[in-house]
Design a protein around this ligand. Sequence first.
Ligand SMILES: [Zn+2]
Length: 139
Amino acid sequence: MMSSETTILNYQALLNERKLCAAECPSCKTLMLPPRLFCTKCHKRGTRWKVLSGRGKIRSFTVIHIAATTHAADAPFVVVVVRLKEGPSITARLIGVNPLKPEDIKVGASVVADFEEASGPTSDQPDMRLVFRPYLVHK
Ligand SMILES: [Zn+2]
């Protein structure tokens, strides 16, 4: 799997293995999320998967009160933009916090990636979805 092409489909397959990966340029080592087949910086082909630590810091967040139909039952929930330790930023849901107390969520706070089953209406084997939760040092 790790040698497979850096496509969105394979990105999801890796998430299903509970791995958060970015595409890495073989030449300049730029990390890309979403993954690309070629480097967005030096245009070199042959990007490869790199498993990320899942650690990062909140850059921004918002509380979704009225969600799209597919996620309506989950509202309210928190969506964060996370700057990963390795560099790229990614958007995902933040769990383990109270969406009705957004004042407790701080920009710059440490978070860690986790994985949740995405409830699909049709699939027998649901995809895993990336989420973040607060990273507690005293855990
Ligand atoms: Zn490059």
